[in-house]
Design a binder for this molecule. Structure first.
Ligand code: GLN
Length: 533
């Protein structure tokens, strides 16, 4: 077993998650099995209850764990199966330690950060690494944060126990560019490494995030002051077009070779054919371009719909076309009408969401897509919106709504699931994780997946209301798939429309650049057709 620990220096948002994912991808091209996990020093038990303003997207795994969005990068870049054990927060560590303390498991001892909290963290590293060649663990936050200290201390201890030849420390750091001086500065990185060495961690590899190329001099300087071998000072420039260039860029810097040499792993050379093809399809697509509007309420936030944007890029790779994403604020549609924002668009996607802000604008957007025969993809809330819109404007049930937004409506076409009715806690209490769905004969979903039974990940409290099923179907809103065990409608499709599909699940959590999701591919394929009409 080999372990790679990735820490960050100087500032947050350096792209440590991407670097971890890309390194994992590179090691997989050498036929190694890789798993990646994240440690988050905050005290929330998981990010499930955090607002998109705080945290960006909540990424859901097969087992229903609500995790940090970096796990999305890990799953997109690599093939390792992730579970709730691959995202550890301080909240979970303390929760567990305190449960043990209450049970009396510590046999009267004083319970302390060292060794009890650090032991808990080390156990998690060992458990997560079982069965793979390399475990990559990313530590959230920045070196120097008080809350990150127990994690770093645990890594130091772990390296001592596992043997230094089995552990590699990678420090991702920033070289700020000073415009007035016209140069990159290395001092913050030197200080950040000094901080790490203070607690007994000597990085083996320094990954330098920079907007400009480093000079020879700088590499020498960083090597000398940070006590890192010259060739282990890696330049990681901002990617020119796409994050999926990163494995190729790191390979060119020799990072994979460095890692396997240091960890004494025998493996074949990296085979970059697939990543080169992915990059080619993004940078020079052959099949044209389509414009997709994502209609949401967090359009200014880079990370709120992360997996949706990534899945659209993957569908572009699948169709060999460019997907131009236009972010549309549903509240603007509410106040100014759809025409200004949606005219000339080739496809409309409404992502998941909670709460009633911006809902009416989304319903207007769905109506616009239906009436103008624009391909429409509704995801979770976006599916519920399509059902509400259809009930109101086609069936004539003017007050149709979701009970989430109007609990007095006579036509709750979307209603709270029975099992949710008595729940009051907010954390981890939704319908979460992977469920089976059986696709209907003749449905657009079946055409896209080309298989009868699928599994997709869920995260919601409300559900298509079967009391209106017959009425909706008779009116032309077909059922594209059901959960066979519980007879829940998971997919709806407008009959008289080129491609208007709503899904109660989150397909964006299963899409990868190397394996674009069938529904996203079909949606973008339809949008591409429309762009050529
Ligand atoms: N708010 C809706 C529900 O809870 C949709 C959730 C979502 O889009 N993830 O059912």
């Amino acid at each position: 077993m080999k372990y790679i620990f990735i820490t960050g220096g100087v500032v947050s948002s350096l792209g440590k998650g991407l670097t971890s994912g890309a390194l994992g991808a590179l090691l997989e091209t050498r036929n190694l099995t890789v798993r990646i996990q994240k440690f988050d020093p905050y005290l929330n038990v998981d990010p499930g209850t955090m607002s998109p303003f705080q945290h960006g997207e909540v990424y859901v795994l097969d087992d229903g764990a609500e995790t940090d969005l970096d796990l999305g990068h890990y799953e997109r870049f690599t093939h390792g199966k992730l579970s709730r054990f691959n995202n550890l927060t301080s909240g979970q560590v303390y929760e567990h330690v305190l449960q043990k303390e209450r049970r009396g498991d510590y046999l009267g001892k004083t319970v302390q950060v060292i060794p009890h909290v650090t032991n808990e963290i080390k156990d998690r590293i060992r458990a997560a690494g079982e069965g793979v060649d390399v475990l990559i663990t990313e530590i959230g936050g920045t070196v120097g944060d008080i809350e990150g200290l127990p994690f770093l201390e645990a890594l130091r201890q772990f390296a001592l126990e596992a043997g230094r030849e089995n552990v590699l420390f990678v420090h991702v750091t920033l070289l700020p560019y000073l415009k007035a001086a016209g140069e990159l500065k290395t001092k913050p990185s030197q200080q950040s490494v000094a901080k790490l060495r203070e607690i007994g961690i000597q990085p083996d590899i320094l990954v330098c995030r920079t907007e400009h190329p480093m000079t020879e001099d700088m590499r020498q300087k960083l090597s000398l002051f940070c006590n890192v071998e010259y060739k282990a000072v890696i330049e990681e420039m901002d990617v020119p077009h796409s994050i999926y260039e990163l494995p190729v860029i790191l390979a060119a810097e020799g990072m994979d070779k460095l890692v396997v040499d240091r960890l004494q792993i025998k493996s074949k050379d990296a085979d970059m054919a697939q990543w080169n093809d992915i990059v080619r399809r993004i940078v020079e697509p052959q099949a044209g371009e389509c414009k997709i509007a994502v209609v949401g309420k967090y359009i200014d936030l880079q990370d709120a719909y992360k997996s949706i944007y990534e899945s659209l890029t993957h569908a572009g790779i699948g169709n060999d076309c460019k997907v131009k994403v236009v972010r549309v604020d549903s509240e603007m549609i509410e106040s100014e009408g759809p025409e200004k924002y949606l005219a000339g668009i080739d496809g409309i996607l409404i992502p998941g969401g909670f709460g009633d802000r911006g809902i009416e604008g989304k319903i207007i957007a769905a109506k616009y897509a239906r009436e103008n025969k624009i391909p429409y993809f509704g995801i979770c809330l976006g599916m519920q919106i399509a059902v509400i819109e259809y009930a109101r404007n086609v069936l004539g049930l003017a007050d149709a709504n979701s009970a989430e937004f109007d609990d007095k409506t006579k036509h709750p076409v979307i209603d709270l699931m029975d099992e949710q009715k008595l729940i009051t806690d907010k954390g981890a209490t939704m319908r979460l994780g992977s469920y089976e769905c059986e696709l209907a004969e003749g449905s657009k979903a079946l055409a896209a997946y080309a298989q009868k039974s699928i599994r997709e990940r869920h995260r919601h409290r409300y559900e298509y209301n079967n009391a209106f099923r017959k009425q909706l179907i008779d009116g032309g809103l077909k059922v594209g798939g059901i959960n066979p065990k519980r007879d829940l409608v998971e997919i709806v499709e407008v009959e008289d429309h080129p491609w208007m599909v709503g899904v109660q699940f989150h397909p964006e959590f299963l899409s990868k650049p190397s394996k674009p999701h069938p529904l996203f591919c079909a949606f973008v394929g339809e949008a591409l057709k429309k762009s050529k009409r």
